[in-house]
Design a protein around this ligand. Sequence first.
Ligand code: GLA
Length: 372
Amino acid sequence: MESKARQLFTEVYGGQPAVYRAPGRVNLIGEHTDYNDGYVLPTPIDRHVYVAAQPRTDDRFRVYAADFQQRKEFTVGGTRPDSKRPWSNYVQGVVQVLREEGHSLKGADMAVTGDVPLGAGLSSSAALLIATLRALQGMNELELDPVEAAYLGRRAENEVVGVQCGIMDHFVACLGEHGRALFIDCRTNEHRLIDMQPSHRVVVVNTMVQRKLADSAYNERRAECMEAVSIISRNDPEVKALRDVFPETLVEHWGTLPAVIQRRARHVVTENKRVLDATGCLEAGDVEGLGDLMYDSHDSLRYDYEVSCDELDALVDATMDIDEVVGARMTGAGFGGCTVNLVEAGYVGEFTEKIKERYRRATDNQAEVYLA
Ligand code: GLA
């Protein structure tokens, strides 16, 4: 892929670029917790967005996106949202936030390509933001702390692209390492890498569907979490986010919350605990324990947070009687996208065949399978 990116650049612009990249991600556990100041446990997948880039002597940016076969030009100080080329808003967003931070940037020629599936909940957007950021850092010799880089990526997505996401995707794109899970405390930014057990592989299964309501439902869930916090904090002013509520204390506030808000809060509060427990399991080499928590997480997302869908449920249900699969759940925002499965290393080939066949029978759709 890296040489493909270089070749693409040479075809479009000529010259010898440097190639920068950032990975997509899958989240092992900790869904819809990042924007509640909670905990997450993602890991990078072996698929990346690549940005081949060469600095220019003027302040122009010329960008070519292979996936869309589109070109975009703008100047360092002339970034503007482009609804005909939405992908370019990510590139422009990074340029804009770096400038707002006072960094002076040279113009550049860039060619973007990659193999992170788009719209599958595997964070191709964060990968594009962080690969672009790395290219700009490299060409302009900018020293950025990786956590700071992650927050700049999120800021570009929130403020310039206009998507209200949390920090998980950018954090793991900046600090993730292949074959290791990244525990992140999204309030304190405390983070640590944990080796995955070689006995099992993280296998991603793509439903190949993405519901249109995903964006509006995401914002609705965020608002419901804020409503829970605003009600609970009337009696308990220490509570600043759902991260500050524990399963035992939620019980005390239960009667003050409307029914839907009760379920949303219960998901976030129990999910945070599951992430801490899952991290403990991973550190102790207890793969089965981690797998059980993944199944519990899926149920909670399905029934309490209500962000799953028939296709995701079909994929998770299809693993239940396979002994070699220790855990499975939906991953990412939901309403389509992918499941994450923890599968015995020697069984991955057979699992791939079996899950595709079962999914086809259950939904008439063709699933795709990727390895983390
Ligand atoms: C999306 C967002 C993340 C996170 C997940 C849900 O992927 O980009 O910040 O909120 O949904 O866990």
